[in-house]
Structure formats: C-alpha cells, structure tokens
Design a binder for this molecule. Structure first.
Ligand code: GRF
Length: 222
C-alpha cells in the first residue's frame, strides 16, 4: 500500500482552524497523517490544542529576529518529521519567497475574505468598513505574495447589517472557515491520489457559486 501523505499544521495563535483539522485527522476523515503542529509563538493556545489531543507540537521561534534562521529551523523540523504538505492556520508571519519556493505547491492557507479581494491582516474589519454585502473565506495555495496564489476553495456568507466586525469575524470563522478547510484538504488529497500535484495545475479561481459544483465535479470525474 502506498504511504499516506504526511502533513504539518503551522499556526501562531488561537488555533481554532487547527483544532478542526486535527479532529479530522484523528477521526480518520483524511487518508493522510498529521505528523506535527508547528508554532512560531511560545505559549500560543494552538500548542495546547495539539498536545491535549496527543499530537506533537513544537515551537520554532524567531530568535534575534532572523527570519532566514527561523525558516531554516522550520524546514529542518519539517524534514525530521518527513512532512510533505503544510497547512497554514493563522500563521501570522509572511513566509519568504525562498521558503515558499522550496515547498512550492504544497502549502495551503486560509484567509477570511473572498480572495483576491481584501488580502492582509485586517481583512474582516476592512470588509465591514467597506460595507461589503457578501464575504466568506478562501483556501488557497501559497505563493510568494500576501494572501495570494491559486484559489482551491471558497465559501461565502451574506453580511448582516448589525453584526459589527467581531460578529462578522466570528461567523466567517465558524460558518465558513471551519467548514471549507477540511473540504479543501479532501480536495488536495483527491488530486494527489490522481497524481495531479497542485503546482502542475493552472490556477482555478473558484467563486462561491461555483464551489459546490466544483466539489461535485471532482467526485463525479474521479
Ligand atoms: C483565521 O481567521 C484565518 O483565516 C486567518 O487567521 C485566523 C486564525 O484563526 N488566517 P484560528 O487561529 O484558526 O482560530
């Protein structure tokens, strides 16, 4: 039997997306192994989320502010755990072009907007203040840009007029992100099983109304 793909989750903070993904791995929802959770912030809640589930969690901090050194230690940890795929889940540090190149096409990220609209750290507040009527979240393949790279899956929701930035952020997180990230991992695994690595595919921009049909098409055409 072929070996199952090995994943790491990389985050910096709360770890709610990471927790959802960890539970999927533990339940056996994915034909894949979660090897380790990596975090660049000491004592971040994501570490406990992993450890209380019995998953290895290690801190790879930026000592003295050198990103190159930190990324080398990150790459060393990934290779010691024999990880091939990386799931960013609230990793609040831009990965350098050389790191992204080293792991080209195998890093996924989730972002709380319908990319390419509203990239960046303040995406939810920016959308609220811009008065957007429909928003959501995007899982995309990471390239060297900020919240850029081919879109794998999106999910959308209608903004309610009185929920405010906090309410909107909470709904995007729980109603969209926690639902689409596991589905995006399934989609990635599905493509890997068909020996179609993501970096060899053209970017497929999936708009909200297309997301479900893509999912169906993926299952029908296998
Ligand atoms: C999420 O909103 C995610 O889209 C963004 O950072 C946040 C992380 O939240 N990249 P959590 O740590 O998964 O709870």
């Amino acid at each position: 039997m072929a070996e199952r793909p090995r994943f790491a989750i990389l985050g910096s903070g709360r770890g709610s997306n990471a927790a959802v993904l960890m539970d999927c791995f533990l339940r056996g929802d994915f034909a894949a192994e979660l090897a380790v959770v990596l975090c660049n912030v000491a004592n971040a809640p994501i570490l406990n989320e992993a450890r209380r589930r019995g998953i290895s969690a290690i801190v790879v901090e930026e000592r003295g502010g050198s990103r190159a050194d930190q990324e080398q230690r990150l790459a060393d940890a990934l290779s010691s755990y024999e990880v091939e795929h990386l799931l960013l889940a609230g990793y609040m540090r831009l990965l350098s072009p050389s790191f992204v190149e080293r792991f080209a096409g195998v890093i996924l990220n989730i972002h709380p907007s319908l990319l390419p609209d509203f990239p960046g750290m303040t995406a939810v507040a920016d959308q609220w203040h811009a008065g957007v009527k429909v928003t959501g979240a995007t899982v995309h393949i990471v390239d060297a840009g900020v919240d850029a790279g081919p879109v794998l899956l999106t999910g959308s929701l209608v903004v309610s007029g009185d929920e405010g930035v906090e309410g909107l952020a909470k709904r995007i997180l729980t109603e969209v992100e926690h639902v689409i990230y596991p589905r995006a991992v399934q989609l990635l695994l599905h493509r890997l099983a068909r020996k179609k690595p993501l970096h060899q595919e053209a970017a497929r921009a999936v708009r909200p109304h297309q997301a479900e049909s893509l999912r169906q098409a993926e299952s029908v055409h296998e």
